[in-house]
Write a protein that binds this ligand. Structure first.
Ligand code: BDR
Ligand code: CA
Length: 324
């Protein structure tokens, strides 16, 4: 199995991603780092521990990371994720305890061990990139233990937090810019799983009902309840959201990407936090722009077989991954 580490702000969609990463046999979930984003970081830690407990994976180390973005005050997302950041499920405290290390220190240790064992991890950030920026700037040698970064964030087209910007990048634009810059310097390949594909893997009300009906307070029931909450809270179709970035680790062939120049807008009155993807297609164009440093080249996800990813997620929660 592919060793993976998730960085999360659980969060309804991150819960969906955690369930998949914890349960799919093609993945070896080594650790989870938490950051403030969709919810305050202490809620994120509790939610993450409880999701892993529900998946029967309380053995996975979970560490608390950055409380706030590098520069700005945090932005509240309770209107999307509920007051507890977790669909208002009313969960109590978690039975498992948080790792004593700061998330950045835990990530450093995991990366060092991965490098020593010659089993580098796929790093999957699903949240503001604060922890990852701090990791790569503070401990650049961690790059030796990272085979690639597949992050949920950004968009080639429109945003969600604002008309221009996707939430994770909007929440901490400096961290996103630092992460991309550091990854390019350190030779870590990066894929952006952004809003251009985020909404495609849809869970129908019937499919959610099938999951809920499994009951037993297990992963299937939790996944179904999260889909119902999302549909009722936001309207429209429920999507597995951030879990799609985990699907991309398992089934890359269902994702169409292009290698494109990418910048993060750090100024802008209306566009701060936008990921600017240059699709002009004439070689070197953006390098000639008089805006300072060259952009980073990233694999940008532009299209996905949403039905395939939705099925992968559902089947995993139903324990059907082993079937032919
Ligand atoms: C992001 O916002 C949150 O709802 C999701 O967890 C995801 O990380 C999408 O913009
Ligand atoms: Ca998230």
């Amino acid at each position: 199995p592919t060793p993976v580490v998730l960085d999360v702000d659980t969060g309804v969609d991150d819960a969906c991603a955690l369930l998949l990463a914890a349960l799919h046999p093609a993945l070896d979930l080594r650790a989870v780092s938490c950051v403030g984003g969709n919810a305050p970081v202490d809620d994120v830690v509790r939610n993450t521990l409880l999701v892993l407990q529900t998946a029967g994976r309380a053995d996975v180390p979970v560490a608390r990371g950055a409380e706030r973005p590098l520069l700005e005050a945090p932005h509240d997302a309770r209107h999307v994720h509920g007051d507890d950041g977790m669909a208002d499920l009313g969960w109590g405290p978690a039975a498992a305890t948080v790792d004593p290390r700061h998330a950045v220190e835990m990530l450093r240790d995991i990366c060092r061990e991965a490098a020593e064992a010659d089993r580098p991890v796929t790093l999957v950030p699903l949240a503001p990139l604060t922890n990852i920026a701090l990791l790569l700037r503070t401990y650049p040698a961690a790059a030796q233990g990272i085979s690639e970064i597949i992050f949920m964030g950004g968009a080639a087209h429109v945003g969600n937090a604002t008309a221009s910007a996707e939430f994770n990048v909007f929440h901490d634009p400096e961290a996103a810019a630092i992460t991309l810059d550091a990854a390019a310097d350190l030779g870590i390949p990066v894929t952006m799983y952004g809003l251009d594909v985020f909404y495609e893997p849809v869970i129908t009300p019937e499919a959610a009902a099938e999951l809920v009906a499994v009951g037993g307070r297990g992963p299937a029931e939790l996944g179904g309840r999260l889909m119902d909450f999302q549909r009722e809270r936001l309207g429209g179709d429920a999507t597995i959201g951030d879990a799609g970035a985990v699907c991309a680790v398992i089934d890359r062939a269902a994702l169409r990407t292009e290698t494109l120049p990418l910048r993060v807008e750090l100024a802008g009155s209306w566009s701060r936090g936008r990921t600017i993807v240059d699709r002009r297609g004439w070689s070197g164009a953006i390098e000639r722009d008089p805006h300072g440093e060259a952009p980073v080249r990233v694999e940008v996800a532009l299209d996905v077989d949403g039905e395939r990813y939705a099925r992968l997620w559902r089947d995993t929660l139903l324990g059907r991954t082993g079937e032919p």
